[in-house]
Design a protein around this ligand. Sequence first.
Ligand code: HEM
Ligand SMILES: Cc1cc2nc3c(=O)[nH]c(=O)nc-3n(C[C@H](O)[C@H](O)[C@H](O)COP(=O)(O)O)c2cc1C
Length: 503
Amino acid sequence: MSGEARRAVTVEEILRHNSQSSCWLVVDGKVWDLTSFAPQHPGGGAIIWQHAGRDASASYNSIHAPSVLASNLDASCYKGELDASTVTAEWAAQTANDSDNNNNNNNNNNNDSDRKPPLASVISAQDFEDAAAASASAKAWAFYSSADTDCVTRDANRRDFSRIRLRPRLMRDVKAVSTATTILGERAGLPVFVSPAAMARMVHPDGEKGIARGCVAQRVPQCISTNASFPIAEIVASLYVNKDRAASAALLRHVRSLGVRTVFVTIDAPQPGKREADERVRADTTLASPMSGARAANDSRGGGMGRLMGGYIAADFTLAELGWLRSHWPGGRVVVKGVQSWEDAALCFQAGVDGVLLSNHGGRNLDTAPSSVLTLLECQANCPEIFARPGFEVLVDGGIRRGADVLKCLCLGATAVGLGRPFLYANCYGSEGVAHLVDIIRGELETAMALVGITDLAQCGPEYVSTLELDGMVVRGREHPYAKGRRGGGPGYLWNISMYMHI
Ligand code: HEM
Ligand SMILES: Cc1cc2nc3c(=O)[nH]c(=O)nc-3n(C[C@H](O)[C@H](O)[C@H](O)COP(=O)(O)O)c2cc1C
């Protein structure tokens, strides 16, 4: 920052930039010009314009790490230090009103401890979910829990696990049960990893860092979203996501240089879903802040936070570009996340990637897509070869809430499973909550393993599950069993992949 930019800036001057056409705001005593950046803000321009000419520290700090502004904006956007001697009671009071509005509508971390039960009384993933429902802000709860339109797929992800029954084999020695395994070449304490989820800071100031701390000791690998609340270097050692390929390549190089060995490419979000609970909360916020201009961010499909995230996503990343991705990820592993049909799983397998994550984004993008465990069954029925190649991993996420769900996936050929929302919910308690969740899932898995008669994950096999209740829903082959008519021929098989990186 230049010497000139370090000058003291008066409130009177800041107030001259209180509009969309000239938008300055103060964060932690520093004055920033966000005029050009605001329309591209991934969380929407409205939230920034709402604070034009004011102090935005409370709003900013509840979501972002201190370094985000400086590391994403050009140095010329920094205007100097707030001249504290010029702060008037009226300016300070307006700022306080804004923060109250924002905290009520958007953020949290304000005195929620009395609404959460003590951690020691939490004994299941569902208990964590209930604790989050009771203690997170309306905004955070809507963002985390919502899913596309009628939430059919989100709910089926969970329900289909209860439709698969375990088949115990008894009279075996199950005194010593081990859940240790390897996931994508990394030693792991159990066959579970953290699925990437944006904005973990909405329920706890430590955000993804808290999840990381809770996982390291438990040897649970964490997949970090490019929409994380912190710079990546602060988590493993926040990312500004850019859909232009050169920026993505630079991002890959940076992440690789931090020692990250696996990149997950999420393909199931070329368009974000229509998450109505999330959109309704945003609509409420807009109404509460008439000067925000947020209506401009709403279109006929709604303007929730999830929808705004879509601005990041390139909808033209295709199978052919997996080679490009590999060239920018030398020596590392590539996993394709969001596979929802056996045909795409087989294509990824043939393309030579290191694995697929069978996932429907927790039901957040395309409602009525198959539950993830149904996709797993579909792969078994149509392309069993993908389970046989050493080194090619079939991972699953979506609706996994119990150790028994983990066991069912492994018995059906998965090498490991991801949990998304449970980690976000556990993070309401910070890293301690995250570690506690891992303990719970491990304990449930050990019990389920012993009770079906196995002591090591290598012994998992399809003989321990009955899938009869789901078998009628498993697609076989490429063709519809009887619907053969097609108007206009159709485009055949197209692959539309988004460039949405994860490490
Ligand atoms: C260069 C600076 C900034 C960057 C790179 C940035 C980036 C982001 C990103 C990636 C998101 C998440 C979007 C999503 O995943 O849905 C977000 C959301 C958000 N940001 Fe920023 N941001 C910046 C500045 C600010 C400032 C100055 C404020 C305060 C006025 C702010 C307040 C918020 C809020 C409140 C959200 C949540 C959106 C919502 O409530 O719907 N950000 N930002
Ligand atoms: C709040 C939230 C944010 C998410 N953000 C991302 C993301 O940034 N990238 C991504 O690939 N998947 C994202 N996902 C999807 C998860 O990685 C995962 O596929 C899904 O949550 C698994 O389902 P579950 O929540 O039922 O465990 C997100 C999920 C949630 C709930």
